[in-house]
Ligand binder design. Structure first.
Ligand code: CAA
Length: 296
């Protein structure tokens, strides 16, 4: 290839890369560690009196915790880390007072094409969150919009601060929910309210979210995380294996028919009798003492 031809090819590749950086992004290899907390977009700690609650704080305040790929990769890593840690019984996921998360990162995805989304399985890894066995409590202050609302919906329990706002505003930027909102919202709050959220883009308040069943409790903003941790501690005081079976049973209710779900629940219930923790729990009750669960 002549020097002129080579420079033309290079120029065209560089200018294309500048216009569509997501096609050319070299895979980044990063070594995250919850022990060293060397994350860029999140913070992690173990908390609670017995250090049995994993706390993950989304930490991209300048972008209102917009869920860029780097943040979602780190979140995936931290969730798996806490899920595998036998000392942790529950996980709390939070943001800051202004935003839990204002959605997927619009600036990062705005030049995506259909082909890029399809080839890169865009948003597919968001579903990994629903595979975590331990309960995840979302403690939502401020905005939970678009992917931020969907992230909260993927958690098991949502506690909200009194100034929280939940919404699916994607329609206003020429798209629609892609992280589960159009499917989970109707199952949680019914069709009419879901349609209103998704088609108008208007957010709802924490109070309205609680009334709709989207949120289980509302607290003053500054008390929210402590309350979520308290709930995490309570959950962590139970047998982890039984907690994970109970979580599976409730989640099955959203994915199956009533009859199938009832049968599934019964099998899980029978199964608890194969565990040492069921024997211990019931023995402790009859002996009027606190149980000592061993996760066996
Ligand atoms: N992506 C990227 N950046 C975002 C963002 C997002 N989703 N939301 C906010 N930001 C950035 C803003 O661009 C701004 O950055 P600069 O200072 O560099 O300009 C910074 O965060 C602060 O935001 P604002 O200045 O807009 O703050 P505000 O208080 O005036 O408004 C807001 C707050 C109403 C939440 C507004 O930021 C907003 O509407 N954000 C977008 C919400 C949205 O549309 N979310 C859906 C995204 S699409 C999606 O999530 C798809 C899916 O289903 C997965």
């Amino acid at each position: 290839m002549s020097a002129i031809r080579l420079s033309k090819v290079l120029f065209s590749r560089v200018s294309q890369a500048a216009r569509f950086p997501q096609q050319f992004a070299a895979p980044t290899i990063r070594c995250y560690s919850c022990e060293t907390n060397n994350f860029e977009h999140i913070k992690t700690e173990t908390t609670g009196e017995k250090k049995n609650v994993g706390l993950i704080t989304l930490n991209r305040p300048k972008a209102l915790n917009a869920l860029c790929k780097g943040l979602m990769d780190e979140l995936d890593h931290a969730l798996k880390h806490f899920d595998a840690n036998p000392a942790i019984g529950a996980i709390v996921l939070t943001g800051n007072e202004k935003a839990f998360a204002a959605g997927a990162d619009i600036k990062e995805m705005m030049n995506n094409t259909y082909t890029i989304n399809e080839k890169n399985n865009f948003l597919q890894n968001w579903e990994n969150i629903s595979k975590i066995k331990k309960p995840i409590i979302a403690a939502v202050n401020g905005y939970a919009l678009g992917g931020g609302c969907e992230l909260a919906l993927t958690c098991d329990i949502i506690y909200a601060g009194d100034k929280a706002r939940f919404g699916q505003p994607e329609i206003a930027i020429g798209t629609m929910p892609g992280g589960g909102g159009s499917q989970r919202l109707p199952r949680f709050i019914g069709k009419s309210k879901s349609m209103e959220l998704v088609l108008s883009g208007n957010p709802i308040t924490a109070e309205e979210a609680e009334r709709s069943g989207l949120v289980s409790r509302v607290f003053p903003a500054d008390k929210l995380v402590a309350e979520a941790v308290k709930l995490g501690e309570k959950i962590s005081s139970h047998s982890p294996i039984i907690v994970s079976l109970a979580k599976k049973a409730v989640n099955a209710a959203y994915e199956t028919s009533l009859q199938h779900g009832l049968n599934y629940e019964k099998q899980l219930f029978y199964g608890t009798f194969a565990t040492a923790d069921q024997k211990e729990g019931m023995a402790a009750f009859t002996e009027k003492r606190p149980p000592k669960f061993t996760n066996e």
